[in-house]
Design a binder for this molecule. Structure first.
Ligand SMILES: *[C@@H]1O[C@H](CO)[C@@H](O)[C@H](O)[C@H]1NC(C)=O
Ligand SMILES: *[C@@H]1O[C@H](CO)[C@@H](O)[C@H](O)[C@H]1NC(C)=O
Ligand SMILES: *[C@@H]1O[C@H](CO)[C@@H](O)[C@H](O)[C@H]1NC(C)=O
Ligand SMILES: *[C@@H]1O[C@H](CO)[C@@H](O)[C@H](O)[C@H]1NC(C)=O
Length: 201
């Protein structure tokens, strides 16, 4: 009992200190939980960044890597500068856009895995990418839920018929390239959403 009693003033000081370092007293209670989710989302994006480089299972200097075509009409195409556009949106809107993009990539990567299996090509990287895209989507959904915002329903993408293993390789390259840009870009968006709320952790 004595111990507990002694620790109360100390706790009180800590609370006062905490107040001093919190810029606004009107912060919503769920901030720390959102901050944790931002941390987890950035972690998922880091994992995806690594996997995205290997989706086609080619070495870095393979000439084919320069031949990515635009053959997947519904694969998101982002400009590096798009992060700027996202920063000007409200948090719920940015997260909702990120959710749609992550789901669009997931549907393409799931398709890639099915097709690779069909052609007896290695599909582990596609499966791993799908897992992390799903976890990222779930975290985005949870964050939106916590802000009482709607989670949008992604449309089904139109996906081409794969007629040869070479075709499939080109699709892998295209998805890999676009996924890399998505990762770079969503990491910047997530960081810029996280920073003003959670600080550098
Ligand atoms: C699997 O590949 C064959 C051609 O090798 C194709 O006819 C068939 O439609 C493919 N199946 C799927 C599920 O894509
Ligand atoms: C989003 O999260 C809510 C609450 O956890 C859940 O009920 C819902 O099924 C989730 N939606 C999707 C698409 O994952
Ligand atoms: C985002 O939140 C704002 C209020 O902060 C609201 O006006 C807007 O409709 C919301 N947008 C979405 C897509 O939920
Ligand atoms: C992400 O894109 C920016 C701007 O194009 C570039 O400077 C940066 O090196 C990229 N980062 C990664 C990890 O690819």
């Amino acid at each position: 009992m004595k111990l507990l009693h002694d620790s109360i003033p100390c706790l009180f000081h800590l609370l006062l200190l905490a107040e001093l370092f919190v810029p606004s007293s009107s912060r919503p209670v769920h901030t720390s939980s959102l901050c944790r989710m931002f941390g987890s989302m950035i972690h998922q994006v880091d994992k995806l960044t690594d996997i995205s480089k290997n989706l086609h299972e080619l070495s870095d200097n393979n000439e084919l890597l320069n031949s990515a075509d635009n053959k997947l009409p519904d694969l998101p195409h982002m400009q590096h500068s798009a992060a700027h556009f996202f920063n000007s949106l409200k948090m719920n809107e940015s997260l909702s856009e990120l959710y749609l993009l992550a789901q669009a990539f997931r549907l393409h990567v799931d398709w890639l895995k099915t097709e690779k299996d069909n052609f007896s090509l290695p599909s582990q990287s596609a499966e791993d990418a799908s897992t992390h895209l799903l976890q990222l989507s779930n975290l985005l959904n949870m964050s939106l839920h916590q802000m009482s915002a709607e989670t949008p329903q992604p449309p089904a993408p139109s996906l081409p018929v794969v007629s040869s293993a070479f075709d499939l390789l080109q699709f892998s390259i295209e998805i890999s390239e676009r996924l890399k840009v998505f990762c770079n870009w969503s990491k910047r968006v997530l960081r810029s959403l996280k920073l003003p709320r959670c600080g550098r952790q």
